[in-house]
Design a protein around this ligand. Structure first.
Ligand SMILES: Cc1cc2nc3c(=O)[nH]c(=O)nc-3n(C[C@H](O)[C@H](O)[C@H](O)COP(=O)(O)OP(=O)(O)OC[C@H]3O[C@@H](n4cnc5c(N)ncnc54)[C@H](O)[C@@H]3O)c2cc1C
Length: 405
């Protein structure tokens, strides 16, 4: 890995936001220099680019520089594997959260040649969680990033190939094979596919949100909270995520306001008690976010009282929105059956409406949205997949009897 990364850019430049998002997803630390506020940084950018202001300009620990790099160039620079060593595997797992990686390591351990395709960083939501306190076997809890790294190592020990920064954009059926197409135009085939797509933070959908994402509006306290050291922030939401992330933010911020539309927080009793007893947190109930305002960077948040009345304007340094999760199932819309909320419908052995295509974890209808249950579903799916694949491949280990191209 290229350590000590410095990203020279501005708060409004979209390629800078993309590069920052990429580093955050890969959990790679970097220093951001806003060249609109840092004259020396601006001079450096001009010097690197022959007098021109081209951003982002990114300098790596080995002294090398990338100017306006694509995500593929960034992935290559970080030494990430983005292409499979073959085009045919026994099993392709889409998604590398606890469900996907558990299924992969179970399958690979039984001789099923497994490819994992991950569009962001390895570990899924668990990887960006500050701390997992309730995963069995870790009595002191475990940092999400460490948990993800352990899962990755365990899967790789059994020979799983993991591609990251690689998005699956289509899943299909080709006779006995199932195929997965990726955004960069590659296609991989296997006897079976496991959809371990997880879910994503829901957006607020209010004016200004898109403009200020990464410039005052955030969805991941672990990734962006440290940028607000010593500053006041607003958390939007009333559930467990809002409560836990609000508590986490008090590590950096002297004051955290949690704004929720309901008459009280809807988080679990344990989380509510922790929030209420934290002197750095204030809870504002019965308010609905209406707009983000600012120029270039977030300056104010407009909240409307849920019962009507005058708008309230707050001026936090940053806003963190935690208002629920949507399943990442766009890639299989119209291919497998989804329920009315977009979650994947499965049968008793976690098979979807398409034979040979299985689903596990948070993206599955009826799942419990917990890391341990996602891992459990991954294990159960791997066993069902083994039973499905074995007769097709004529016994284990299976990939050696399959077509390679
Ligand atoms: C803030 C927060 C705190 C949490 N705290 C806890 C906790 O304390 N205890 C607990 O048990 N659970 C906790 N959870 C929930 C837990 O993290 C999830 O239940 C678990 O990660 C779900 O696992 P999963 O494998 O189903 O999906 P995910 O972890 O969401 O992983 C899915 C992966 O699929 C990838 N993906 C999606 N679409 C594509 C595509 N088209 N192509 C390629 N890759 C794709 C995603 O990038 C993602 O990495 C927390 C979650 C959050 C957000």
């Amino acid at each position: 890995m290229a350590e000590d990364i410095t990203l020279y850019g501005t708060l409004w430049c979209s390629d800078c936001k993309r590069a920052k998002k990429f580093f955050a997803e890969q959990r790679v630390p970097y220093t951001f220099v806003d060249v609109e506020r840092d004259a020396e940084g601006l001079r450096f950018v001009e010097q690197v680019n022959g007098g021109k202001h081209i951003i982002p300009t990114i300098v790596f620990g080995d002294g090398s520089t990338l100017v306006e790099p694509s995500n593929a160039e960034l992935a290559a620079k970080l030494g990430l594997q983005t292409t499979g060593t073959r085009r045919f595997y026994d099993l392709i797992v889409v998604g590398s959260g606890p469900a996907g990686l558990t299924a992969a390591l179970y399958a690979a351990r039984e001789g099923i040649e497994t490819l994992v395709i991950e569009r962001a960083g390895v570990g899924g939501q668990a990887g960006i969680t500050e701390r997992l306190d309730n995963f069995p076997g870790f009595p002191e809890g475990i940092a999400g990033s460490e948990f993800a790294e352990r899962l990755r190592q365990q899967a790789e020990r059994f020979g799983v190939e993991i591609l990251s920064a690689k998005e699956a954009v289509g899943v299909g059926v080709e006779g006995s094979y199932r195929s997965v197409r990726t955004a960069d135009g590659e296609q991989y085939r296997a006897w079976a596919v496991l959809l371990a797509l997880g879910s994503t933070y829901r957006r607020l959908g209010i004016p200004g949100e898109e403009d200020f994402i990464g410039a005052g509006v955030h969805f991941c306290a672990t990734c962006d909270g440290p940028f607000y050291r010593g500053k006041e922030v607003l958390v939007i939401g009333g559930g467990n995520s809002a409560g836990e992330e609000g508590i986490f933010l008090t590590k950096f911020c002297p004051k955290v306001t949690i704004a929720t539309r309901g008459p009280d927080l809807s988080a679990s009793r344990v989380v509510v008690e922790k929030v209420r007893s934290n002197p750095r947190i204030e809870v504002l109930t019965g308010v609905v976010p209406a707009a983000f305002k600012g120029s270039g960077r977030l300056e104010a948040v407009v909240l409307m009282p849920a019962g009507g009345g005058e708008p309230i304007e707050l001026r936090p340094a940053g806003v963190f929105a935690f208002i629920g999760l949507s399943p990442n199932t766009e890639v299989v819309e119209g291919f497998v059956e989804l329920d009315e909320r977009g979650f994947i419908v499965t049968d008793g052995v976690l098979q979807t409406s398409v034979p040979g295509v299985f689903a596990a974890g948070d993206a599955r209808g009826g799942s419990t949205k917990q890391a341990a249950s996602a891992a459990g579903e991954g294990a159960a799916a791997a066993l069902a997949i083994r039973r499905y694949v074995e007769p097709l491949a004529g016994g284990m280990p299976v990939v050696r009897s399959a077509t390679t191209e």
